[in-house]
Each structure stands twice: as C-alpha cells, then as structure tokens.
Write a protein that binds this ligand. Structure first.
Ligand SMILES: Nc1nc2c(ncn2[C@@H]2O[C@H](COP(=O)(O)OP(=O)(O)OP(=O)(O)O)[C@@H](O)[C@H]2O)c(=O)[nH]1
Length: 668
C-alpha cells in the first residue's frame, strides 16, 4: 500500500483524515493537506450558513437567477460514471461547495428525490440544477449540472442528458478503475462530441491506485488523464479543482441569441395541477412567456405560460425569458406527455427554425411480463388507473390488457430492463397499494407461422404451436474483469449461448471482453454470476444489437391435462428438457394431493418431453370389510378405481397464486 511509505506521523494523519493514500512524498501530503483543509473549511462554512470562508457563496448573493446570463459564462455539463463510482456524492459536494443548497436543507444524495432512489442508493432519474461559481480568474460562472443514473437499464437517461450539454465529468473510482459502463458512457459522450473531464474519485480508499487508473483511462478511452483531478467526493477533496476544470475545459454553449428559437426537450413530467412541465436546453434564440411555440415532431402549438430555472427546485423567472445556452423549464398548458415528447425541438411559431435538432431514439421496452392483481381486493381497474398514471411520467412503460386462466385479468407490461421492472412494481405497491403477481419476464420474439408470415410476440402463451424460425434479440455485452477470471467468464458466457467477439487488455492484468449474447440470457441472475465468478471485481454493460435466428421452442406446462397460461416460456431446444423438469419438480412441491392422480407435463407442441404425477389421496374402502369374500373386495376396489378415473377426467386442478409465483421465481 503506498501509504505505508509515509513517515508514521504523516501516515497516521493521512489515515485519520481518510486522505490520499496514494501520496508518497512528504511534500505531496502537505500540499494535499492544504487542499483538503481549504475545501473542508469552505464546505463546513457553507454548512453553517456563513459566507465568510467561501468567497464563492458570498458571490452567489450578488447573482441574479432572474436574468439571462451571457453565454460566455455558462458551462453545461453532466456527470457520468459506472454505477456507484460516486456521481451523486460528487454532485452533493458541488452543491455544498457552491452554496447552492441552504445548509439546513441539505441532505445526502440531494438530487435523488425519489424514495426508492434514496433507499437503494441508486439514481434512477436524471436531475438538473444550476450552480454559481466564482472562479479563480475572478469571473462568476453559471454551471448547469445534470446528474445521471449509472445502471444499464437507465442508460437512456444518460444519452438524453448528454445531448443537452457541452461537456461531462467522467468519474472513475480510483480503486476499481475503468469498468464496463465507464466505457459505454464515454462512447455516448463521444457520439455527442462532448469535452470529457476525467475525475479520479475515492482516492481516500487504501486500495486506490490513481496512477494505474490514469493509465487505463488513456489506454482504453484514449483521453489524456494525466491532469485528471484526484478527488474524494466523500471527504470533499479536490472539489474546487474540479470546478476550475469545468470552467476552463468545457466550452461555453454555441448558438445565437438572435437566431430563431431552437430548444431541445431533455425531460418532462406530468403534474396533476400544473399539467406537463417540460425541461429544455435552449440551443438558439430565446423562449419567452406569452410566446406561441410549436413542438416540431408532433406539430402541436401552445402558448408559453411560465418560464423558469432549476435550482434544483423549479423557480419561475419573473423576467419570463430563457436565453440561448440556458437550461430550464417551461409550462404551456400541455395536457399529455405525448404532445411534448422527450427529444423533440421547440420553436417559435412566428419565426420558426428551419430544422429540428438531432433528437433521441424513443426508449424501447426490452422486457415484458404480466402483472395481475394478487387478491380480489386489488381490482383490475385500479391497476389500469395506476399504470396509466405511472406511464404519464415514465413514457418507457408500455402496457396492454391480457388475461390468464390462473391469474385472471391483468396487463402485459413492457420495461427497459429488470431493475426498471422492479422499480415499477415497487412504486405500484407503495404509491398505489397494489399487491401484484408477476408472470415470468420475457423478451419479444420474432417468428414465422406455417404460411410464412412474420409475427412479434412477448407473451409465450400466445405464440402458436406452429411457430417456426424463431429470432430473438441479441445484445452487445462488455465485461471488464481481472485476467485471472478469464476462464470463469468465458465459461459463463458460453454456457449462456454467448459468442466472444473480442478481448483485449485495458491495463496490466485487466481484460475487456466483448460478447454477442441473447438478451434473455443476461436478464436474470447473470450479473450476480459475473460478480460471484469474479469475486466482485467484474462489471458488465450491454446494449441491443440485433435480432438473430436461434433454435428456440415454445415450452408449455400442462397440469391435469390443461395447459397453464403464464407458465409457458420460450427456451433453447437444448435446454427444453431441463427447464421442463425443473418446473414440474417445483409444481409437485406446491400442488396438494387430490382425490385423483394429477399428471404434470412439459410439452413442445403436442409432444410430451417430461412428465411426472402427484399421487391421489386414497381412502381405504376395504376398512369395513372384515373377512368377507375376495370377489366383494375386488368389486369395491374396482368401483373406487372407476370413480377416480371419472374424477380425473372431470376434475380441475386450480393452481394457487403461491404455486404460480414459486414456479415463476424458480424459472428465472
Ligand atoms: N470512500 C469513498 N466512498 C465514496 C466516495 N464517493 C462516493 N463514495 C461512496 O460510494 C457509494 C456510491 O456513491 P454514489 O454517489 O451513490 O454513486 P453513484 O455513482 O451516484 O451511484 P448510482 O447513481 O447508483 O450510479 C456510496 O456509498 C458513497 O458514500 C469517495 O470519494 N470515497
């Protein structure tokens, strides 16, 4: 550990202050001590509400949020990183350092305002805020910050935020180094032609290796990271240097105030009282209260009622103007999110711009499952109303009614990924008090029927038995891990039908693998397996690649001769028997014994590939026959057999929701 080379007194000092363990010389430690004490003084003075220690917070009082700012002094940036590398913590420190949030209002993860985000410690929604910063050059800058989520399910949010800024802070954990999502996020930033400012975070950790990570960034990402700020968002180290880098490296917004209005919608939400609130980045011209504006893709026109800025709370601008380069919100009496789609361009009706800005591809649901009320008190109509309300603020949710013989009436709902699905289910439970049962998650399959027509279907029970030529979605999967786990990762991906496309060293001892793999294989448990096979050192990221042919079959499960909708699934032909057996074993545990023998079968079309049965309950019909002749006993047994056969033909086995849930949980 580098810290061990320090003289004992300084080593103790460094440990006590959770400081830069990577510092090797006396001079470096002293220098870093000064930096830390300065920033800490500034942060603590802000947190006490005093303006004496931080020249920056003093200057804020002089600044007017109400007036448009000269774009030379605006910097718009996002924070991007692999999950848990410290984006939200860094955003907190920037808010504190610049005195943006009053100390008494401050709480950790300030920009994550959903309960689920705070409890799970993850960012789900991007959030924008403005910060005022008095730089060392004496000028006061307006910094518009957009914090983004790190989880792969929400990478759509990242791409939206990146289209609204000129640069980004690339936060890399100095102990973990470049990870799969670091690379994915940098690719998005490069696509948007952004200035990337690298930050090595968590240098306080004893395992931090900033020099190695610097090299990795240069090697893998191709940007010079030798000047990267070495920071600890947790302890407020390096915050001022990061602000200086933002001011000096990220270019001011381009665009002309005199040009026709062109504003990009990067987010929006529906408020019951205020209607749709649209978050915009003004790329050209100005938007004013009272102006008649047009949403270019939908063609809808509205009059702007309110214009405001994000501090991060929404503050209405009494001046009623948002000018070129600024980030803010408008309200224009819009009733539906569909009228103001994210990625659309707003222009002025009187003096329209010629072309819309480059928008985004609409978010596409990748995973589908059936959601059903778990008990009769949760009505289908309540579920419909809740889904309608949720989708008002989350346009990536899609849903349509479906019904199942076991679970009754419900909805087939589409999500961006498994985490998104969990979050939506959790919100339905908390915000709408809905107890729900879920059918097995599935992707959308493409197939042909006997007539050669193509279909797409996400509900396996609806796929006809004559379906042929299956195609399924494949993803590009990146995995980064130490090279000693090569074998484990290759084995894992191959056993999940992945094919290796490329592998290369990202630094000494760490490898980046690139696979093409079916989406259905990485949806559940796969990430846990990557983590466990690499002892927590592996990371992964994936994005949709294309539909590709696969040797898939539809597997049905029949209980007492009836196919159970909701338990059907599409599997690879080689896995059909194993999967069928597993489901049957689970059903055996949960279905109680009946008066008749219950047959359980796994079938492909009409062909049974695995089967088992649950023994019938037996009444001892001979109990009262003491002695007696054998023909009487035989007759009684014969009659019992006939009765059971009749029951077997007529009797229905009702699968309890618990049995259903257990099989679904086991299946995926
Ligand atoms: N030791 C140390 N821990 C840090 C530092 N910065 C953040 N952390 C911790 O790392 C964890 C993740 O931090 P977050 O800020 O939530 O990370 P994030 O990148 O915003 O996470 P997502 O939004 O889920 O992608 C938290 O437990 C933080 O306390 C740091 O500089 N040093």
């Amino acid at each position: 550990m580098p810290g061990r080379s320090l003289p004992p007194k300084l080593y103790f000092y460094a440990v006590r202050n959770a400081k830069k363990f990577c510092l090797k010389t006396y001079g470096e430690v002293l220098k870093s001590f000064r930096v830390q004490t300065n920033s800490a003084a500034s942060i603590s003075s802000n947190s006490k509400g005093s303006t004496t220690a931080s020249s920056n917070s003093q200057s804020n009082n002089e600044l007017d949020n109400n007036k448009p700012v000269d774009k030379e002094f605006i910097r718009n940036f996002s924070i991007i990183a692999h999950v848990d590398h410290g984006k939200s913590t860094l955003a907190d420190r920037l808010l504190q350092f610049t005195g943006t949030v009053a100390p008494e209002k401050f709480r950790d993860q300030y920009l994550d305002n959903m309960d689920i985000e705070r409890e799970r410690g993850i960012t789900i929604k991007m959030r924008a805020t403005r910060l005022w910063y008095r730089a060392k050059d004496g000028n006061c800058y307006l910094l518009n910050l957009i914090d983004t989520p790190g989880h792969v399910d929400f990478s759509y949010e990242v791409s939206r935020s990146l289209a609204a800024v000129e640069g980004c802070l690339l936060v890399v954990d100095a102990s973990q180094g470049v990870q799969a999502q670091t690379i994915a996020n940098v690719d998005l930033a490069l696509e948007n032609d952004l200035e990337i400012v690298p930050v090595l975070n968590k240098v306080d950790l004893p395992t931090a290796e900033p020099d190695r990570v610097c090299q990795e960034i240069s090697q893998v990402i191709g940007i010079d990271a030798t000047r990267a700020v070495r920071a600890s968002a947790k302890y407020g180290i390096g915050v001022e240097e990061i602000l200086e880098e933002i001011v000096h490296l990220i270019p001011p917004p381009k665009g002309q105030v005199e040009a026709p209005l062109q504003a990009l919608i990067f987010d929006s939400y529906f408020d019951t009282y205020r209607g749709v609130v649209v978050f915009i980045r003004v790329k050209n011209g100005e938007i004013r209260t009272g102006m008649r504006v047009k949403f270019m893709t939908t063609g809808v026109e509205h009059i702007v009622e309110q214009v405001g800025i994000l501090t991060p709370e929404e503050v209405v601008r009494t001046s009623g103007v948002l000018s070129c380069g600024e980030v803010g919100f408008i309200k224009a009496g819009i009733k539906s999110l569909h009228d103001a789609p994210v990625g659309d361009t707003i222009t002025c009706c009187d003096n329209p711009c010629k072309e819309p800005l480059r928008g985004y591809k609409p978010a596409k649901s990748m995973v589908f499952c059936g959601l059903y009320p778990a008990d009769s008190s949760t009505l289908f109509e309540n579920l419909r109303a809740a889904l309608e309300k949720l989708s008002l603020n989350d346009s990536s949710i899609s849903f349509q009614p479906e019904s199942s013989s076991v679970l009754g009436k419900g909805f087939r709902v589409g999500f961006l990924g498994m985490l998104h699905m969990e979050v939506v289910k959790e919100r339905l439970k908390r915000e709408y008090e809905l107890e729900l049962l879920t059918s097995a998650p599935s992707v959308v399959y493409k197939f042909r029927n006997l007539q050669g027509e193509y279909f797409m279907e996400s509900n396996p029970s609806k796929i006809p038995n004559d379906a042929r030529h299956f195609e399924e979605p494949f993803v590009k999967l990146d995995i980064v891990c130490p090279d000693q786990y090569n074998g484990a990762i290759l084995e894992l991906c191959q056993s999940h039908r992945g094919s290796l496309e490329d592998m290369r060293y990202v630094s000494n001892g760490r490898i980046l693998f690139k696979f093409l793999i079916p989406l259905a294989e990485v949806l559940t448990n796969f990430y846990d397996q990557v983590k466990s096979r690499t002892r927590g050192f592996g990371s992964m990221d994936y994005e949709f690649h294309s539909y590709r042919p696969s040797d898939l079959v539809k597997l049905d499960i029949a209980v007492a001769g009836d196919i159970v909708e909701g338990l059907s699934c599409v599997v690879h032909r080689d896995q059909a028997y194993t999967k069928g057996r597993e489901i049957i074993e689970k059903l055996k545990e949960y279905i109680p014994r009946h008066q008749f023998k219950v047959v359980l079968q796994a079938m492909i079309g009409s062909k049974v590939i695995a089967s088992d049965y649950i023994q019938a309950l037996r009444k001892d019909v001979l109990a009262k026959c003491y002695g007696g002749d054998i023909s009487r006993k035989k007759k009684l047994l014969e009659r019992q057999k006939e009765g059971k056969e009749k029951l077997r033909q007529l009797g229905k086995v009702r699968l309890s929701p618990e049995a259903f849930a257990a099989v679904v949980a086991q299946k995926f």
